[in-house]
Design a binder for this molecule. Sequence first.
Ligand code: 13P
Length: 308
Amino acid sequence: MREITAEIQRLKKERKATILAHYYQEGEIQELADFTGDSLALARAATKVENPIIVFCGVHFMAETAKILNPEKKVLLPDLLAGCSLADSCPADKLARYQEMLRINGRKFQTVTYINSTAGVKALSDWVVTSGNAMEIIHRVPKEMEILFVPDRHLGQYLEEVTGRKMILWDGACMVHEIFSLGDLLAMKKQHPGALTIAHPECPANIRAHSDFVGGTEAMLRKIATLEKDSEIIVATEPNMLWQMEHKFPRHRYHPVPGITCACNKCPHMGRNTLEKLADCLENDTPEIFWSPSFDRAREVLQRSLLN
Ligand code: 13P
């Protein structure tokens, strides 16, 4: 392990590469990264990278977003098959047909798309949001317009609750957040009566309803920063997030909420990136995210939504 870590450090320098890693990556990868963050911070950080190569340790849509915002950089993803159940739930051709049907029915709407989607879907959208800027963007949609929110119905429902805007919701969900066990969460709350429960807005309403705080991964860290030492925190999001929480705020105790079907519901897509694949990727300059025609229109939408 120490050897491969040293090898990655050496290759990173030699290749002039910057490693960006999402908080859902294994701790050993987060530890090696030049920058860790949520989807919004990573997209923004990608635009500031000076090195010619970005190695994105996250899932495909994240690396794709980094490429779209930095066409001149080489963007590598250690495993191209690191996908996303949300992105898979909303194919671009299906969305285009649905939008056409709404238009034929005389509906006036804007499409607000969660960043967990393909470039083809972003290209069909008016706005792209992350957990970090969704509320702000929803307020930018003219009141006389309906909102078609894709692809996460749970995040969409949460945004309806906090903004008061009714939305047409696509029927997608994150395979990790959808399966948290309410029974286990309630048992944990009983076991740790003073604990603060925090949940990602991708969680279904039953989990959110029993949480003290709902927010994206960066918002979770900001919340934890306000707590007194030695707090107990029950966490409903991808369990690798606990590595970052423990790393930044080691004085608290963290309890991950298990899934219904298994005690640990790590994201299998995020887990595809390993130290070995990261080293290979730096060594061989592949797998790479290449420019595709849908990126042009997706770029306009991403720049307007995330960088302005
Ligand atoms: P954050 O932007 O809150 O880190 O969420 C990323 C994500 O993909 C959750 O599934």
